[in-house]
Design a binder for this molecule. Structure first.
Ligand code: ADP
Length: 501
């Protein structure tokens, strides 16, 4: 039968999603299902690995059935996933020995403090490109080995398997025949040397992790395995972590291509080509999804509170009923009347890295209205994104010509225009906003020869709208200098409290 579709499995933090794309990169079927978030203790976050698997299988089957597609018509499966989340399972039974420890989980913060005291931060940064943190998989694996009865014995007997969510899905899709991950996911474990492209002995020894539990690392695009779960054999030929998949889905193939996601939090990735740029400004160096023999690298930065600031206006401040409504208020006034809001609700990330910073509103005068307040909150998404873009430009020495945007809040036209204005950049918003799933589909489709090359894919990509800078250099400078002063206030507030202690 003629190959017509590529199936993307988009396994996220709150839901599992399956999307079937056609040859033009159009969505022909999409099904999504949420699953349970487990919080056993304050600061701990887990998922049930069996529920990850069953929801992902369920939505995939349903997406296929909805359009009455046959397995023979599906050229390939691509997987994209919540990154860093850690699963350990028994090699014989396929049963997880513990729940998935989710990237957000802070249970290993103490272990990380100790690793810092042991001087591991520099080792980790130089080999893995990461900031030593509980966020990544290494300390989560160590925790399971140390705390789950029998886990270490199993591991030492070669009977235990570790995987991020992509590996877990691949293992199950192939009935335990394939234990593999891709470069992008491996680069988030804090165990992988991103320069030598191999698991690192020194780090494994430090965290007491036996090498036998680790998956084989494959390119993000190319044959990984085959599944017969959908009534015929289908190749799995693409895998990448969600942010890397989104960069690929945005056709961020070239050095200097940048994408910015405006979701609950914000994520910016810059493709730096074959050059692994080491950041001086608190950004992470990571592997980008790519095709072909050589790996590509990316710089990554995140904004802790992006769309969450809009949710805060809606749910706590009760100033708006829906998130999109924020745009009307922004347009009701010509500016914020000098007000800045720094939504540092849980500290500030790159380039500031100040865990003591707190949310701050500055510049209030008698004439400030709700419109100004809302506008200042929306503008904060753009300022924070601009800070990341500046850090990336300075670290890499690469100029950013255009910013490719996606995520829920990228639908806000006011915000996108403001971003273009203060960053002095063109903003490109694609018509397909499912960039994460699309990236996984592209990787798999290219890996299986469904699409011949990246040029063919680029032809598919359609821009929904572009935004170009409209303000003067003088105005831009003034706005940005105000933001910098506001950030200093957010940092200053908490540092005084620290001094009081
Ligand atoms: P996630 O994948 O992190 O759940 P989404 O990409 O679905 O997030 O984006 C949801 C976020 O975008 C929410 O925080 C919401 O408040 C915000 N958002 C959605 N639409 C708009 C809009 N038109 N203007 C501003 N913020 C928006």
């Amino acid at each position: 039968m003629e190959k017509k579709y590529v199936l993307a499995m988009d396994q996220g933090t709150t839901s599992s999603r399956a999307v079937l794309f056609d040859r033009n990169g159009g969505i022909v079927s999409m099904v999504q299902k949420e699953f349970k978030q487990i919080f056993p203790e304050p600061g701990w976050v887990e998922h049930d690995p069996m529920e990850i698997w069953s929801t992902q299988m369920g939505v995939s089957m349903e997406a296929i059935q909805r359009i009455d597609a046959h397995a023979d018509e599906i050229a390939a499966i691509g997987i994209t996933n919540q990154r860093e989340t850690t699963i350990l399972w028994d090699a014989d039974t396929g049963r997880p020995v513990y729940n998935a420890i989710v990237w957000q989980c802070r249970r290993t913060a103490g272990m990380i403090e100790k690793a810092k005291a042991d001087g591991m931060a520099e080792v980790i940064k130089s080999k893995t490109g990461l900031v030593l943190d509980a966020y990544f998989s290494a300390s989560k694996i160590a925790w399971i080995l140390d705390n789950v009865k029998g886990a270490r014995e199993k591991a030492e007997a070669g009977k235990l398997r570790f995987g991020t969510v992509d590996s877990w899905l691949i293992w199950n899709l192939t009935d335990g025949k394939v234990h593999a991950t891709d470069y992008t996911n491996a680069s988030r474990t804090m165990l992988f040397d991103i320069h030598k492209l191999r698991w690192d002995r020194q780090i494994l020894d430090y965290f007491r992790i036996p090498v036998s539990i680790l998956p084989k690392v494959c390119p993000s695009s190319g044959f990984i395995g085959e599944t017969d779960k959908f009534g015929g054999n289908i190749r799995i030929s693409g895998a990448a972590g969600d942010q890397q998949a989104a960069l690929f889905g945005q056709c961020g193939f070239e050095t200097g291509d940048v994408k910015s996601t405006y979701g609950t939090g914000g994520f910016m990735l810059m493709n730096t080509g074959e050059n692994a740029v080491s950041s001086k400004r608190g950004l992470i160096t990571t592997i980008a999804a790519s095709t072909g023999g050589k790996v590509q690298y990316a710089l990554e930065g995140s904004v802790f509170v992006a769309g969450a600031a809009i949710q805060w206006l809606r749910d706590e401040m009760r100033m708006i009923r829906t998130s999109p409504q924020s745009e009307e208020y922004c347009r009701a006034v010509p500016d914020t009347a000098g007000v800045y809001i720094v939504p540092a609700f849980s500290g500030l990330g790159a380039p500031y890295w100040n865990q003591y910073a707190r949310g701050t509103v500055v510049g209030l005068t008698r004439g400030v209205s709700k419109d100004h307040f809302i506008r200042a909150a929306v503008e904060s998404l753009a300022y924070q994104t601009n800070d990341l873009a500046e850090a990336m430009k300075n670290d890499s020495g690469i100029n950013i010509n255009a910013l490719k945007v996606d995520g829920g809040a990228s639908a806000n036209n006011f915000l996108m225009q403001f971003q273009s204005d203060i960053s002095n950049m063109k903003i490109e918003r694609p018509s397909c906003v499912e960039t994460t799933a699309l990236g996984a589909a592209y990787l798999a489709g290219l890996g299986a020869g469904f699409w011949s090359d990246k040029e063919e894919i680029k032809k598919n990509s359609r821009m929904e709208r572009e935004f170009s800078p409209e303000i003067s250099e003088e105005k831009r400078k003034k706005l940005l200098s105000g933001w910098q002063r506001a950030v200093r206030c957010a940092e200053f507030w908490a540092s005084e409290e620290k001094d009081d202690e």
